[in-house]
Design a protein around this ligand. Structure first.
Ligand SMILES: [Zn+2]
Ligand SMILES: [Zn+2]
Length: 435
């Protein structure tokens, strides 16, 4: 007897459709969510899977992709059912491996015709996500897509350095890594779509933390709407909710029309536990920042040299400023030790991208806000024997001329200290090639 598997979280729908199909000679199996459905499909090898699009745990796109990735289920016909008429959903379902897309309420005659149709043999070849070969250039390339802190700042005063928030792309060892998902991520998505012309992408996004200026670009990142692309998101758990929860909640219905769990691309959100880990053969180390909540900086040990991304951080050395912060001797010792440990983390980096939001005068009124003072950052980079420093997380109130002045001030400190540190202000679109 031919088997049909109905995966749907609506019990009444499962019952009604199940009874009709039984009357037409089908043996009916059913599951109320995607993961259980996939298990049943793997055990029973049904001829047809009728799968709802919006379900808890694993949505219809994910079920299609998983079933199509299983060669033992090549003969299974997948029909996606949905209460939604969006053409983009239909296209995405086909791209994920569906054979048919039926809109609810289901026309029974159409369903009976569809489940009896022969199934074209589908392999999993179209679903393989690998980074297109163009990426495999030699060396390491770092490109700034968003350099601003706190909030996007478009306007005539910011055209040179740029107004988008934190997002940096690193291409190295055949991979595309993305550091933070601020509003600059939208531009990166457009670039990737144009450059790779719709080919599936396999991307890794490292999040330093989930403040708005570091995640707001995610809903506007084109590759998440590309069914065959894969985006792995790595980060540390925030204060109250898991990383998955924080990222999906910014796309819930009062805030955004498409839920992160419904997007066509294969998105994996993974919480990091250790401060040292690998992405393929690329070694990465993380260090906690002095910034509200859980926030880190990352050091990537690329074949072209080591790149450190530390977008939000305040020096522990705030007490050194005048007037000095009221700090006990013990607190000052602690702060000095913390600063030394951070310097050890940064030691000898070829490229350091670091929060230098305030100049010295501004910083006096913002001690304890969790952002960098230019003088402290330059001194730290000199202490850590960094080779190149890019000032980052520009203040929303700083126009291009102000940032120019900060770069000049930073270079003057290097001269005064007779150090050899190259300094630039990070600007949107700038690319750095490491040998
Ligand atoms: Zn920030
Ligand atoms: Zn922050």
């Amino acid at each position: 007897m031919n088997k049909v598997l109905i995966i749907d979280d609506d019990p009444l729908y499962r019952k009604v459709i199940g009874e009709i199909l039984e009357k037409h000679g089908w043996l009916v199996l059913d599951a109320d969510e995607g993961e259980a459905g996939v298990e049943l499909a793997r055990t029973h090898h049904p001829k047809v899977v009728l799968c709802d699009l919006l379900m808890p745990r694993s949505n219809g796109f994910q079920v299609c992709r998983t079933l199509r990735g299983d060669t033992s289920l090549r003969g299974t016909r997948i029909i996606v059912t949905s209460g939604r008429q969006f053409e983009s959903d239909r296209q995405a379902a086909f791209a994920a491996g569906a054979d048919q897309y039926l809109v609810k309420p289901i026309d029974i005659n159409e369903l009976l015709k569809s489940i009896s149709a022969p199934t074209p043999q589908k392999g999993n070849t179209t679903l393989a996500t690998s980074t297109p070969s163009k990426v495999l250039a030699t060396g390491t390339q770092v490109r700034f897509w968003g350099v601003r802190g706190s909030i996007p700042t478009p306007g005539p005063g910011t055209v040179r350095y740029g107004g988008n928030t934190s997002c940096v792309e690193v291409r190295t060892a055949g991979r595309i890594l993305i550091l933070d998902a601020g509003t600059g991520l939208r531009l990166l998505g457009q670039q990737l779509a144009a450059e790779f012309d719709g080919q599936p992408l396999d991307l890794t996004l490292l999040l330093t933390h989930t403040h708005w200026d570091h995640i707001q670009g995610l809903p506007f990142f084109l590759p998440v709407y590309q069914p065959e692309s894969r985006l792995r998101i790595l980060g540390y758990e925030g204060a109250r909710l898991g990383l998955d929860n924080v990222l999906t909640s910014q796309m819930e219905s009062p805030y955004f029309p498409v839920n992160l769990r419904e997007v066509p691309a294969n998105i994996q959100i993974e919480e990091l536990k250790d401060l040292s880990f690998s992405i393929g053969d690329l070694r990465v180390e993380a260090w906690f920042a002095n910034h509200p909540g859980i926030c880190v900086g990352y050091r990537l040990f690329t074949p072209g040299g080591s790149v450190v991304f530390f977008p939000d951080n305040e020096s522990h050395a705030g007490h050194r400023h005048s007037p000095p912060r009221a700090a006990t001797d013990a607190a000052q010792v602690f702060a000095t030790q913390e600063e030394q440990r951070l310097a050890n983390f940064l030691r000898g980096a070829d490229l350091l991208i670091m929060d230098a939001q305030y100049n010295r005068e501004e910083y006096q009124k913002r001690i304890g806000w969790g952002h960098g003072c230019l003088d402290d950052v330059v001194n730290l980079a000199i202490l850590a024997e960094v080779k190149r420093l890019y000032l980052f997380h520009h203040d929303p109130d700083h126009d291009d001329a102000t940032i120019d002045a900060m770069v000049a001030r930073a270079r003057a400190i290097v001269l005064e200290r007779k150090a050899s540190l190259h300094i630039e202000g990070a600007s949107e679109g700038a690319t750095i090639q490491l040998p």
